[in-house]
Design a protein around this ligand. Structure first.
Ligand code: Q9C
Ligand code: ZN
Length: 719
């Protein structure tokens, strides 16, 4: 992955020239600390370094009024007293003689990043800038922000690169009301923000920061606000917000965009709406859930009923993802007062990397605790570079208040997004033992120092592939290791005794290679691997037992196709077994469940986001085994998405077993995503079927007491 890092030292010039406790946290050291840490961690050197340029006044004019731009230009010549007087006209703003230059560099850095990514010079990147941008409005500075860097970059991408659908993810802890105002009636930009809100008591204390602000006119549903009503939100809360709110919508928006005809779920059916972008909604009769499945191409007639409206150009990917990357949402920050640890930002980045073909541009916003900010920035850059993300620490139990927020935003957005539209049944009560204790307040200093070691601890080999049949050599990325060696003969023999099938020649040879690969993963020499085998079921069992006896505390087994859990395997909480296949959804125990493979792309996504990943992140495994057994039924892009996302929960330690009968092409596809490349698009969108959703709802009902990451609403009973 080529990752751009855009920066310019001159952005450290602006600083506060008078006493103002409100503004003093926005200091030049924010940038120097982050850059220094990137250098110390050897990360800066791995990036494509780009010096920021100034945005032109025409580019600033994509978002700001000419009068406002001239006003800011004029601040270059003002005295300190005049600067202070002007600053006082805005909320939480200071000007410095270098502010105009810095703010033009900040906007220019965002533009350069977008240009690099959209021309293919880089795959993704980060712009380290000040002043920040997301509070700034058409004709007003606000909250340390002068020009709206991310909004300008979004408009530029649309005008200069012909990109239409853009997702902006604002994980800064303040509401980027500036971005919201700029795009609130525009369905070509989906704006997601979470923010400290405390029922409106926290700055900027706006009514329109609440969950029921969903956008205006044609932009309804394209503003998604997730207000946090308590401080102390942590890793579990942030991950739940992405899995249960942002990603379902992000995957769905990519399917329905300007230029393509518009569809809206209504009372269990689908309405065909005006085509692009609709000046007003014109409604027709519902045509049923199946309306978006099937293969025929179709030209929408606004206001008409459409029989089989699957669209040949409907792709799952948005064309570009911009992150308003503020780190005042991280632990230790005086503004946010939240608990999320720096590695959480690697996981959030990883989740977004499966969108838009990996075209991800992060632009710094806030972040005022220098150590927390620097480590979080490093985590994002590591994730952008494709390195495995360190596992999340702390109990993965979302807070009650977080679940209330998630529930309210899902309810507010349900009319606009089919994947949030299915009303949840009453959430099940808290577990019999009483509510699990919430994450104890972690000490920022302890968390931040222990994390330092993890920055350098990356296995020397990222991906290794062990093949059985030399004839079946797939196309592999150049730096993927082709592993030829095997485990010692005696070790392989000992395990082969477990099953008759493993003593047979090719199965035995494959087992030796699998054991060698697995040992490499467990010992930290290799991050992830793929092995082919003619005997998937017994080989999976051996890999599992070997993992458990060689240091893994918990192993998550995701078994696709005909792969049953070994009956004599202890159900002691060290193995979580999820089978994806067959007819029925069943939780046989807390650690053994099965779900049918959904027949639609929408159903498949729901299965991953609402079931597989919440279980995986809740279990906190140190090894993931993904096995594609006989009749697994997965298409290559589905397998790739699953593998890409399963790199998250166990520090990148994933072993994929591919049974014989799967095309060799699949091995190449999997190797690329395990290596950090974005998965290919899932293809045409088709909505989840009622049966698929029913199966998920059934499992959620049975499992959300022990697996609280499955919850999308606060439990009834005890708060
Ligand atoms: N007394 C960014 O993080 N604080 N801006 C106001 C009210 C202003 C934050 C406190 C915080 C601005 C980009
Ligand atoms: Zn902020």
């Amino acid at each position: 992955m080529r990752t751009a890092l855009v920066y310019h030292e001159e952005m450290t010039a602006a600083r506060l020239l008078w006493d103002d406790p409100e503004c003093e946290i926005e200091r030049p050291e924010r940038l120097t600390a982050a850059v220094e840490r990137l250098q110390q961690g050897g990360l800066e050197q791995r990036c494509l370094r780009l010096a920021a340029r100034e945005a032109s006044e025409a580019e600033l004019g994509l978002v700001h009024s000419p009068e406002y731009v001239s006003l800011v230009r004029g601040t270059q010549a003002l005295s300190t007293e005049e600067l202070q007087a002007l600053s006082g006209q805005y909320d939480a703003v200071y000007f410095h003689p270098s502010t105009f230059h810095c703010a033009r560099l900040a906007a220019g850095a965002a533009l350069q990043l977008v240009d690099a990514v959209l021309t293919g010079t880089a795959h993704n990147g980060l712009a380290l800038v000040r002043p920040p941008g997301h509070h700034s409005q058409r004709a007003a500075a606000n909250g340390f922000c002068v020009f709206n860097n991310v909004a300008i970059a979004a408009r530029h991408a649309q005008q200069r690169h012909d990109v239409r659908r853009i997702l902006i993810v604002d994980w800064d802890i303040h509401h980027g009301q500036g971005i919201q105002y700029i795009f609130e009636d525009d369905p070509s930009v989906l704006y997601f923000s979470w923010h400290r809100y405390e029922h409106g008591r926290f700055w900027p204390s706006l009514r329109e920061s609440d969950a029921d602000a969903v956008g205006l006119g044609p932009g309804r549903g394209f503003t998604v606000n997730l207000p946090w009503n308590q401080v102390g939100m942590g890793n579990a809360d942030y991950m739940a917000a992405f899995l249960h709110v942002l990603l379902p919508v992000a995957f769905e928006v990519t399917a329905w965009g300007p230029g393509m005809g518009w569809w809206e779920e209504h009372g269990g059916g689908v309405l065909c709406l005006e085509s692009t972008p609709p000046p007003r909604w014109s409604r027709t009769e519902p045509c049923g859930w199946g309306a978006l499945s099937g293969g025929a191409s179709f030209t929408p007639v606004p206001g008409s009923l459409s029989p089989v409206p699957t669209w040949p150009c409907l792709q799952f990917d948005p064309e570009l993802v911009l992150i308003s990357a503020g780190f005042d949402s991280a632990i230790g920050d005086p503004e946010g007062q939240m608990q999320a640890t720096p590695e959480c930002f690697a996981h959030l980045t990883r989740l977004l990397q499966v969108l838009a073909g990996g075209r991800l541009c992060a632009v710094l916003e806030g972040g005022y605790h220098l150590e927390s900010l620097s480590q979080s920035v490093c985590m994002v850059v590591k994730a952008l570079l494709g390195d495995p993300a360190p596992p999340l620490s702390g109990p993965m139990v979302p807070r009650h208040s977080a679940l209330e927020s998630i529930q309210s935003v899902r309810a507010a957005q349900a009319p606009h997004w089919t994947s949030l539209g299915q009303q949840e049944k009453r959430p099940s009560p808290v577990s019999p033992g009483g509510p699990k204790c919430q994450a104890a307040e972690a000490q920022p200093s302890a968390v931040l120092s222990s994390l330092l070691d993890q920055l350098s601890a990356t296995p020397p080999v990222r991906t290794a592939v062990a093949l059985t049949a030399p004839a079946a050599v797939p196309v592999l990325p150049p730096d993927v290791l082709r592993q030829e060696g095997s485990a010692p003969q005696e070790e392989t023999q000992a395990w082969a005794r477990l099953h008759e099938a493993l003593t047979q020649d090719t199965a035995f040879a494959a087992l030796g290679k699998v054991l060698r690969l697995l040992n490499g993963i467990l010992e930290g020499q290799v991050s992830s691997g793929i092995a082919t085998t003619p005997a998937a079921a017994p080989t999976l069992e051996v890999a599992l037992r070997q993992g458990l006896s060689h240091g893994a505390q918990r192993v998550f087994c995701v078994a696709l196709g005909q792969l049953d859990r070994p009956p004599d395997l202890a159900d002691d909480g060290r193995t979580l077994w999820l089978n994806i296949r067959g007819k029925e959804a069943a939780a046989r125990s807390t650690f053994h469940m099965s779900v049918p493979l959904p027949g639609t792309t929408g159903g498949f996504l729901s299965c991953i986001l609402a079931l597989v990943l919440p279980l995986a992140y809740g279990f906190q495994p140190d090894l993931v085994l993904l096995a594609l057994g006989p009749a697994h039924g997965l298409q290559d892009p589905q397998a790739a998405l699953l593998a890409a996302l399963l790199r998250g929960p166990a520090g990148g330690r994933v072993l994929v077993l591919v049974g014989q009968g799967s095309a060799r092409h699949l091995v190449g596809v999997l190797a690329r995503v395990l290596h950090g490349e974005p998965p290919p698009s899932l293809g045409p969108f088709s909505m989840a079927s009622p049966d698929d959703l029913q199966a998920l709802a059934h499992l959620r009902g049975q499992l959300e007491a022990p697996w609280e990451m499955l919850r999308v609403a606060a439990p009834s009973g005890v708060p």
